[in-house]
Design a protein around this ligand. Structure first.
Ligand SMILES: [Zn+2]
Length: 284
């Protein structure tokens, strides 16, 4: 019984965090504050009442439409709320009511926000990365008192990892620019890898970049390009992705953060096992 209540609690907290994540995703790319003003309908300016702002439920009750102008509200809102709610629930089910579960849930929420803004707007807001870096570093020290550092890096490794992550992606971006003779990577990727490196430590930060580099061409060439070639991708971001994948480079860089963020989650959860396996087969 207590597990069901705790699980429900984790889900509800996650849904509320997801609701705030939606605000960050829609406001930070435009340089707006996430604290004020209160939420409004982007089309008619109608102030969203508290009763219309309940994660997931309100969107369903309103049938995805503004109560004032009746124009559609993006399905992104309930989907992000549900995703983050499930994420926090999964962290609880896997790790229990622990400080580590909270760290994993919060870190993954930041990664999700970064993936979405990078895919939609081709940028990684400082709001996510600055908060992420502070959160990861502060909780690395706090975790010492709880005696539960794993799977995150301990404080010294966190500081080294921050530098290694940001440094390695900078080197990769620099060499990429020399090779492609055009800007290859945004500075947002450097800030993202500083956060990831601080969370994972140096070895798994390098692994993250490797996994991201493997994921990017697979997803771009295997999923996004075939879909958009058939005309399924009316979303502008996806179309631009596809143009880049097909060799028609257009005005913006590759949103590498879309791939680095899930790569970081894989490295956090399975990185030690992957590195141990690689060391064994390679004899390093
Ligand atoms: Zn409206």
């Amino acid at each position: 019984m207590i597990e069901i209540l705790e699980g429900l609690y984790a889900f509800v907290i996650g849904a509320a965090v997801g609701s705030f994540l939606n605000v960050c995703i829609s406001r930070w790319p435009e340089g707006l504050s996430v604290v004020k003003p209160r939420s409004r309908c982007p089309r008619c300016g109608h102030h969203i009442k508290a009763s219309e702002n309940i994660p997931i439920i309100s969107w369903l009750l309103l049938r995805g439409r503004c109560s004032n102008c009746h124009l559609p509200i993006s399905i992104q809102y309930p989907i992000v709320e549900l995703l983050v709610a499930l994420l926090w629930l999964a962290a609880y089910l896997e790790l229990g009511m622990t400080f580590t579960a909270f760290r994993v849930a919060a870190f993954t929420t930041v990664l999700l926000g970064i993936s979405i803004t990078d895919a939609k707007y081709f940028l990684i807001p400082d709001g996510f990365t600055v908060f992420g870096l502070l959160f990861v570093l502060v909780t690395a020290f706090v975790a010492l008192y709880f005696g539960e550092a794993e799977p995150f890096a301990r404080p010294w490794d966190a500081i080294l990892g921050m530098c290694v992550g940001a440094g390695a992606i900078s080197i990769a971006g620099w060499l990429g620019e020399v090779w492609l003779k055009r800007p290859a990577m945004g500075f947002g990727d450097v800030t993202l890898m500083a956060v990831v490196g601080a969370a994972l430590g140096p070895p798994r930060a390098l692994l993250t970049i490797f996994i991201g580099a493997v994921l990017a061409p697979i997803v771009l060439l295997g999923v996004v390009y075939p879909l958009s070639a058939r005309g399924f991708a009316d979303d502008q971001g996806q179309t631009e992705l596809a143009l880049e994948a097909s060799g028609g480079w257009r005005r913006r860089e590759l949103p590498f953060g879309v791939f680095l963020a899930p790569a970081a989650l894989i490295a956090l959860l399975f990185g030690d096992a992957i590195i141990a396996w690689y060391m064994r087969i390679s004899g390093l």
